[in-house]
Design a protein around this ligand. Structure first.
Ligand code: ATP
Ligand code: MG
Length: 628
C-alpha cells in the first residue's frame, strides 16, 4: 500500500483505521468503542477492550515461535551474552511475576525499576505488565536525588534494583544510591528487591526491607502467574521526559492504544516483522528503550537486541559487529551516538558484514546533515531520521519503509506517521504558516493511540504543559518546524531555544548545522547570550574530532565563524566560539543548552538533575574564564 492512502485514511476515518490496526494484537475482550473523546483533550482509545502487554509480548508467541530468540543481551561491560528464547522469556517473566506477587504487588501498584541494560530489567518490566502493576523505570545512571524525586511522584509499593551497573569498565554501585534515595524520599517503598550481578561485593541488604532476588527466584522458579486482563485505558507505565527544558514530566501510558500503535509502527515504520532482528542502542530507561527494546519488537514476535556498554569499547566497531553476529535488519540509535563514532576513524564502519542490515533509524535530537552524510556513506545503508517525544511513545515524523518509502531528504525526519494530524502554526496568531515558513509544530487532538494519556497524578500539568498555548485546543510539541512544499517537516529546535539577534529570530539548529559542516568539528552547541546592543548574540561551544583533520582550535573557531556567515549571513555570526573537550548533555544524550546559556550569562545553571557528566560543565566554566 502507498503511504499517502494509508496516512489519509488514518486522518479521514480514524475510528475505522484504528479498529483495523487493533486486530494486530490479542484482545481478551474486544473494545466496545474505538474512541471516546467526550472530555477533550483527554481521550480514550479502544474503550472496554481488555488486553495485556505481557501476553501480547510473550505468551502469544509461544505456539509459533517458542524456540526463536526473543531477547539478546550483549554486555561488553561484563563480557557476557545471553540469548533468551520466547519460551525461556515466558518462564523467567512468570517466575519474576510470582516473586512480585509474593511480595504483595498487585494490579495498579507502582513499581520503580532502577537497573542497567540487563535481562532482568526486561523480565521485571514484563512481570509488572503481567500483573497489571505500573512500572516506572528510572535510568540506572541517575543519582539518588533523581531517584528520590521519582519515588515520591510514583509512591511505589516496591523498588527493584541491581547491585551495580558498569560504565567504561568501572563498577557503579547502585544499592548505596537506592539507600540514599529511600532516605531522602517522603514515601519510600516498603521493600527493595535486589538483583545481584555479583559486581559489588560491598552490597548489603537492610534487614526487613531488602530482599535478595536470587533467593526468591529459587523459591518461585517455574511457577505460572495468570495474566491480569486490563481495560485498554488503565495505566501500563510511567516514564519521565529527559528534562532538557526543565523539571521532567511523568508521562503516563495506557495499555491497548500503546500496544496497537507499537504493532503498527513495527512493520510500517521500522520494517521489522516476526522472526526478524531489531537492535536499538538505547537504554531501557528511555522512551526508545521501552518502545523499541522491549514492547515493540516483542509484540511483533521479533528478536530484540539489548546492549550494555560504550559504543567505542572494546573498539568503535562494536555496534556493527553485533549487527553482523545477529543478522540485524533494523538498527535504531541516536545522532549523539553517531557523533561519538564520528570522532573515531571512519574505517571502523567498514570492518563488518552488514549485508542483512537494511535501515539505520536515528532519533532523539536533530540529525545534522554532515552527520547524516557521514554515516550514510560510511555504512552504505539508508539512514532514517525520525522525530518523536517521550510523550508520544512512537514516531510522529518518519519515513515508512513498510509502505513503499518516500525518498530521504537530508535534514528532515520526513512525513507524518499514521494518526498524527500535524500543523505548523504561527506562535503569535495560531494560524497555519505557509510552506517554508517557521512555526510551532502542533498535533491536532485527539492524540492518536500510543501517546500519553496524562501526566501521572497531574492532569493540570498535562493541560498546562501541552494544551494551554493556543486556541482552539492543540497539543504543542514545543518544537519549531518548517514544512516544505512536499510536506517534509524540518525540526529547527525547541521553542525556548530561539536566539533573537536585533529582532532576527534564529534557530539554534541552523547555526549548529552550519558549524558542523567544518570537517574538524564533531559537535556544536549554539546558544543566545544577552547582549546590550543586539538583545542576544549567538555563542558557540564545539568539540573537535580526534582524528582526520589538522586544524588547531583557533583555526576551527575561525572556520566555524566563516561557515556561519557564508551560509546564514552576517546576522548569525557567532560572537564567540569556544572549543571544549565535552559538551553538557542530559543522560539521554541531549544538549543542555539552557545550562550553557546560564553559565555564559553568569547565572545559576538551574536544574542539573539529569546532567550526564558534571565535568563537561566545569570544562565550559574554564573555557568561559579563559575566553574564546
Ligand atoms: P523535556 O521535555 O523534559 O525538556 P526532552 O524534550 O529532551 O525533555 P524527550 O522526550 O526525550 O525529552 O525528547 C523529545 C525532544 O527531542 C523533542 O521534542 C525534540 O526537541 C527532540 N527530538 C527528538 N527527535 C528528534 C529529531 N529526529 N529531530 C529533531 N529533534 C528531535
Ligand atoms: Mg520535551
Amino acid at each position: 500500500m502507498c503511504y499517502e492512502d494509508f496516512y489519509r485514511r488514518s486522518i479521514d476515518e480514524p475510528e475505522a483505521f484504528w479498529a483495523e490496526q487493533a486486530k494486530a494484537i490479542h484482545w481478551h475482550k474486544a473494545p466496545a468503542r474505538i474512541l471516546d473523546y467526550s472530555n477533550p483533550p483527554f481521550r480514550k482509545w479502544f474503550c472496554g477492550g481488555e488486553t495485556n502487554l505481557c501476553y501480547n509480548a510473550v505468551d502469544r508467541h509461544l505456539d509459533e515461535r517458542g524456540d526463536q530468540i526473543a531477547l539478546v543481551v550483549v554486555s561488553t561491560e561484563t563480557d557476557t551474552t545471553r540469548e533468551i528464547s520466547y519460551r525461556e522469556l515466558h518462564r523467567e517473566v512468570n517466575t519474576f511475576a510470582a516473586v512480585l506477587k509474593s511480595m504483595g504487588v498487585d494490579r495498579g501498584d507502582r513499581v520503580v525499576i532502577y537497573m542497567p541494560n540487563m535481562a532482568e530489567a526486561v523480565f521485571a518490566m514484563l512481570a509488572c505488565a503481567r500483573l497489571g502493576a505500573v512500572h516506572s523505570v528510572v535510568f540506572g545512571g541517575f543519582a539518588s536525588h533523581n531517584l528520590a524525586l521519582r519515588i515520591d511522584d510514583a509512591k511505589p509499593k516496591l523498588l527493584i534494583c541491581a547491585d551495580a551497573g558498569m560504565r567504561g569498565g568501572k563498577v557503579i554501585a547502585y544499592k548505596p544510591l537506592v539507600d540514599a534515595a529511600c532516605d531522602e524520599a517522603q514515601s519510600p517503598p516498603p521493600h527493595v528487591l535486589v538483583v545481584s550481578r555479583g559486581l559489588d561485593p560491598q552490597c548489603t541488604l537492610i534487614e526487613g526491607r531488602d530482599v535478595d532476588f536470587a533467593t526468591m527466584r529459587s523459591q518461585h522458579e517455574g511457577e505460572l502467574v495468570d495474566v491480569q486482563w486490563l481495560e485498554s485505558n488503565e495505566p501500563s507505565y510511567l516514564l519521565y521526559t529527559s528534562g532538557t527544558t526543565g523539571k521532567p514530566k511523568g508521562v503516563q501510558r495506557d495499555v491497548g492504544g500503546y500496544a496497537v500503535a507499537l504493532a503498527l509502527s513495527m512493520w510500517s515504520i521500522y520494517d521489522v516483522r516476526a522472526g526478524q532482528v531489531m537492535f536499538s542502542t538505547s537504554d531501557v530507561g528511555w522512551a526508545v528503550g521501552h518502545s523499541y527494546n522491549v514492547y515493540g519488537p516483542l509484540i511483533a514476535g521479533a528478536t530484540s537486541v539489548l546492549y550494555e556498554g560504550l559504543p567505542t569499547s572494546p573498539d568503535p566497531g562494536i555496534w556493527w559487529s553485533i549487527c553482523e553476529r545477529y543478522g540485524v535488519r533494523t538498527m535504531f540509535s541516536s545522532p549523539t551516538g553517531i557523533r561519538v563514532l564520528k570522532k573515531q576513524d571512519a574505517s571502523w564502519l567498514k570492518k563488518h558484514d552488514l549485508s542483512k542490515l537494511q535501515w539505520l533509524f536515528l532519533a532523539g535530537e536533530p540529525l545534522d546533515e554532515p552527520t547524516a552524510h557521514w554515516i550514510t556513506d560510511g555504512i552504505g545503508k539508508t539512514v532514517i531520521d525520525n522525530y518523536w517525544q517521550t510523550e508520544t511513545g512512537w514516531p510522529v515524523l518518519a519515513l515508512m519503509p513498510g509502505l513503499d518509502m518516500k525518498p530521504v531528504k537530508f535534514g528532515s525526519p520526513g512525513l507524518p506517521t499514521p494518526g498524527y494530524k500535524l500543523r505548523v502554526i504561527d506562535d503569535g496568531t495560531g494560524e497555519d504558516v505557509a510552506p517554508g515558513k517557521k512555526g510551532v509544530l502542533v498535533i491536532e487532538p485527539p492524540l492518536p493511540p500510543g501517546c500519553l494519556t496524562t501526566i501521572w497524578n497531574d492532569d493540570a500539568r498535562f493541560l498546562s504543559s501541552y494544551f494551554s498555548h493556543f486556541k482552539p485546543l492543540v497539543y504543542s510539541s514545543l518544537d519549531w518546524a518548517i514544512r516544505d512544499e512536499d510536506g517534509y517537516t524540518f525540526i529547527l529546535g525547541r521553542t525556548d531555544d530561539v536566539i533573537n539577534v536585533a529582532g532576527h529570530r534564529l534557530g539554534t539548529r541552523e547555526i549548529e548545522e552550519s558549524c558542523a559542516t567544518c570537517p574538524s568539528v564533531a559537535e556544536a552547541a549554539v546558544i543566545g547570550v544577552h547582549d546590550e546592543l543586539k538583545g542576544q548574540v549567538p555563542v558557540v561551544f564545539a568539540t573537535l574530532k580526534q582524528a582526520g583533520h589538522d586544524e588547531t582550535p583557533a583555526q576551527a573557531a575561525a572556520h566555524m565563524r566563516q561557515q556561519v556567515v557564508e551560509q546564514l549571513g552576517a546576522v548569525a555570526r557567532p560572537a564567540r566560539v569556544y572549543v571544549v573537550n565535552a559538551l553538557p548533555k542530559t543522560r539521554s544524550g541531549k544538549l543542555l543548552r539552557r545550562s550553557l546559556q546560564a553559565l555564559a550569562e553568569s547565572r545559576d545553571p538551574g536544574d542539573l538533575s539529569t546532567l550526564d557528566d558534571p565535568g563537561a560543565l566545569d570544562e565550559v566554566r574554564r573555557a568561559l574564564e579563559r575566553g574564546p
